[in-house]
Design a protein around this ligand. Sequence first.
Ligand SMILES: *[C@@H]1O[C@H](CO)[C@@H](O)[C@H](O)[C@H]1NC(C)=O
Ligand SMILES: *[C@@H]1O[C@H](CO)[C@@H](O)[C@H](O)[C@H]1NC(C)=O
Ligand SMILES: *[C@@H]1O[C@H](CO)[C@@H](O)[C@H](O)[C@H]1NC(C)=O
Length: 313
Amino acid sequence: MGEDLITYTLTLSLINRHCCSLTFIPMLPMYSITTTILLTILIAYSISPSSSSSSSSSSSSSSSSSDDAYPSPYTTPCDVDDVTNLSPIRREVYNDGHIIDISHRFHPDMPSWLSNDGLGQFLKLPASMKNGSRSNVSEMKLVTHTGTHVDAPGHMIDEYFDAGFDVDTLDLHVLNGPALVVDVPRDSNITAEVMKSLNIPKGVMRVLFRTLNTDKRLMWQKQFDTSYVGFLKDGAQWLKDNTDIKLVGIDYLSVAAFVDSVATHRVFFKSRDIILVEGLKLDIVEAGIYNVHCLPLRLLGAEGSPIRCILIK
Ligand SMILES: *[C@@H]1O[C@H](CO)[C@@H](O)[C@H](O)[C@H]1NC(C)=O
Ligand SMILES: *[C@@H]1O[C@H](CO)[C@@H](O)[C@H](O)[C@H]1NC(C)=O
Ligand SMILES: *[C@@H]1O[C@H](CO)[C@@H](O)[C@H](O)[C@H]1NC(C)=O
């Protein structure tokens, strides 16, 4: 690195004490592309909180950022690129519809098991910039079977829980790969007869079942609804005995109908090779073949976990 570069770095870290350095970039003399890239990297380092020594003096003195006489560089309005357009884009699909998000957003009004009032406030902000912290740091408190989530065998078989069959032991191969989205007849829960009528070919390993739950938009309703559609015990048994399905996905908080909840789950969990993903968002998906990608958190000891699932066309 030439001396000039060092000089500019120093200048930038000085500028950095007051306001966003990025706006000063156009004022720099023209350098070769390589130098410009190097400079950009250096700028990025000098404005990041865990910065290099050249700017550490400015960041350490800024930790008392509540002091108005010495405003924090992290909160100066000019840190923001464009203050006139601060509405984040929230998407359901990405890359021209090739990637479809089939997870629900976590929010206080989403339904929660047996609750009339929904999930409620699950995020707190123990450290906030408005209170003088360097950054906003949230904390969440969540039942692991909230929203779009996965069940591990320990959920309803206690011996499996004690033995450690938690979400960290789930097979990511089952959770990722070719998958079928199928529509279930709307006039019934998922019985053996319904399963048979779906004619899912042998060899299909991952199936996401779309039901009346999606039509009724149950996952968009705050109040828990016990009349949701799910598997009955004989439907689960039929699936086990007659198909190769190892990933069972459904569009409300449980794969098992409310009346048959524990017995049905136990049928699925018994052999520990079937994974249940619940609370999927299947409203904008066409029935058919996709690649599914579902990744649970590696929560050691937990029999459930929130999960992000996407379909790729
Ligand atoms: C940061 O904290 C402020 C409150 O001080 C809050 O209004 C803002 O939404 C927080 N930002 C994030 C990203 O949580
Ligand atoms: C700021 O701190 C006060 C006192 O601890 C607290 O009551 C308030 O909720 C905090 N505000 C934010 C936005 O975190
Ligand atoms: C499915 O079962 C629930 C009880 O768990 C019941 O309330 C509901 O009406 C059934 N749905 C259909 C479509 O038969």
